[in-house]
Design a protein around this ligand. Structure first.
Ligand SMILES: Cc1cc2nc3c(=O)[nH]c(=O)nc-3n(C[C@H](O)[C@H](O)[C@H](O)COP(=O)(O)OP(=O)(O)OC[C@H]3O[C@@H](n4cnc5c(N)ncnc54)[C@H](O)[C@@H]3O)c2cc1C
Length: 483
């Protein structure tokens, strides 16, 4: 790991893996693969098709649309307006774009990309594994909830915030009759509002971000007045329905014996309180899905603002590995509008690198738009900061890794008694991050506990290296590829 690169928010980087990179990029009839058919992947495909290419588009979902514009199951008939609210127009535009591309791309839904080796992408569709060669790989893999361990978060009835939203959007189900939404980030208020609209009155919205942080962020958030107004409207509607909203809380525990029964927390005034509930939707903004970029051999940088590692990339999405690009929330969490712009930009960068002429006026326009959206992202980071001390101060018995039931105490033991200096060593000694999620949900909390126990900075304990398969696969599936 080396220190200090050219971005003031970045303090360290992990070098690219030692993989061969292709030199000359001018290739006739290049094989281009896009992973992800959300806003970023769709716009990347559109740009490539417009340039006369026929990209392969892979997505593990049944339909295109990604997270925000997730399409409903075929037996649901809700209109776009009912499903996406104020974003209905954008959702329709993105879906229509993708549908119009269908004959001009090689679309592979329900297909998981599970690793990258040199210039090969390893995929599995309905249990059948295969390998695709690529000249260009655009990773538009999006984000997932960012989670922090809280005592009792493994009780039945505790969901991630995104999971609570997907239950509502894709299955028309509520996670409970009186859920608490706990955490921070714009999704916290949005999901509470969506539940309210669906007829479920939340027991409370408990935000770890102080209200002052939200006020401080207003100048940056105001660059997108419409979105800011919508965010305020969600909060007002939830509050007007009589839902308790508290800012600046510190979660103490999700309690219950067999299932979730309440949330205990320290309020901003220092008092300990409890809200009774039958379910919890918990999330602390989002984290990028970066494992494929890691396995592709891209260098990573540590982002001080969010306390997360992300693939090192230029403004157009070029990574440190020639031919590999990142776009959308999978590169950096900037939201759906920015993901569309980033998708366009990454495809234009790939085209330019292939020696295909691109419209530089359009590139300049997109870059300008991106920098405006980046200012809004900064506002979100200020308004909804990650609760940096929550994991590090967890009691020893709190489970950090849900897959392997590894506690905060186990990580401290690896750090102190077993002298693990960095996260991968702590993994070997404690099994943190060795389970089904491969550290996607516990890795950053484990890093914080390790850094605190060792008395070093978060960047100094590094990050969990990506390991294939990035999501669980049967041995039979992997073997079928070798056959
Ligand atoms: C759970 C959740 C809910 C959200 N809800 C909202 C909301 O209501 N409103 C809002 O404004 N923003 C919301 N966001 C944020 C918003 O969805 C994103 O900003 C936006 O969708 C980013 O677009 P994207 O194309 O970068 O990624 P996504 O839309 O996430 O698309 C990524 C796609 O890549 C696919 N993929 C990822 N990895 C692989 C792989 N290995 N193999 C195959 N396919 C893969 C996924 O299936 C997905 O379809 C939400 C985010 C999450 C995680």
């Amino acid at each position: 790991m080396t220190s200090v690169v050219n971005d003031s928010r970045v303090v360290s980087r992990t070098p690219a893996r030692d993989l061969p990179v292709s030199g000359a990029r001018v290739i006739s009839n290049p094989c281009v693969i896009i992973v992800g058919a959300g806003p970023a992947g769709t716009r990347a495909a559109e740009t490539l098709v417009a340039a006369g290419l026929r990209p392969i588009v892979i997505d593990e979902g049944q339909f295109s649309g990604g997270q925000i514009y997730r399409r409903q199951p075929t037996n649901f008939t809700r209109r776009h307006e009912a499903l996406y609210g104020a974003d209905a127009g954008k959702a329709r535009a993105l879906h229509d774009t993708f549908d119009a591309l269908r004959d001009r791309i090689d679309y592979r839904p329900q297909t998981l990309a599970w690793t990258v080796s040199e210039d090969r992408l390893h995929i599995v569709t309905n249990g059948i594994a295969s390998v695709l060669r690529f000249d260009v790989l655009i990773l538009a893999t999006g984000a997932t909830d960012r989670l922090a361990p809280v005592a009792g978060w493994t009780l039945p009835g505790c969901y991630s915030l995104g999971g609570a939203q997907i239950a509502l959007k894709a299955q028309a189900c509520s996670i409970g009759a009186r859920p608490v939404f706990l955490g921070t980030g714009p999704l916290l208020y949005l999901v509470a509002y969506q539940y309210l609209k669906a007829g479920v009155i939340p027991a409370a919205v408990l935000d770890t971000a102080p209200f002052t942080a939200q006020l401080k962020a207003l100048p940056d958030l105001a660059v997108r007045p419409g979105i800011l107004a919508r965010g305020l409207m969600f909060r007002m509607r939830v509050w007007a329905a009589g839902v308790l909203i508290e800012n600046g809380v510190v979660p103490i525990a999700i309690d219950g014996t067999e299932e979730v029964a309440g949330v205990r927390y320290r309020a901003a005034d220092g008092a300990e309180r409890r809200v009774a509930c039958d379910a919890v939707g918990m999330g602390f903004h989002l984290r990028s899905e970066t494992q494929l970029a890691d396995l592709a051999g891209c260098a990573f940088v540590f982002d001080v603002e969010t306390g997360q590692w992300r693939p090192e990339a230029d403004n157009d999405g070029r990574t440190t590995r020639a031919g590999v690009y990142v776009a959308g929330d999978g590169a950096r969490v900037l939201g759906a509008d920015a993901a569309e712009v980033a998708g366009n930009l990454s495809a234009l960068a790939a085209l330019a690198d292939l020696g295909i002429e691109v419209n530089m006026t359009e590139v300049a326009r997109l870059r300008k738009r991106m920098s405006q959206l980046n200012r809004f992202r900064r506002g979100l980071a200020t308004a909804f900061p990650w609760p940096a001390r929550l994991a590090a101060t967890s009691a020893d018995e709190v489970i950090v890794c849900r897959c392997e039931a590894i506690t905060a105490g186990d990580i401290r033991d690896a750090a102190i008694a077993k002298e693990a200096p960095e996260l991968n060593r702590a993994k070997a000694l404690s099994r943190i991050g060795m389970g089904r999620c491969q550290g996607r949900f516990c890795g950053s909390a484990a890093a914080e506990i390790l850094a605190e126990a060792r008395g070093v900075s978060l960047a100094d304990v590094g990050r969990l290296r990506g390991q294939p398969p990035i999501k669980p696969l049967s041995m039979g599936t992997i073997k079928s590829q070798d056959a």
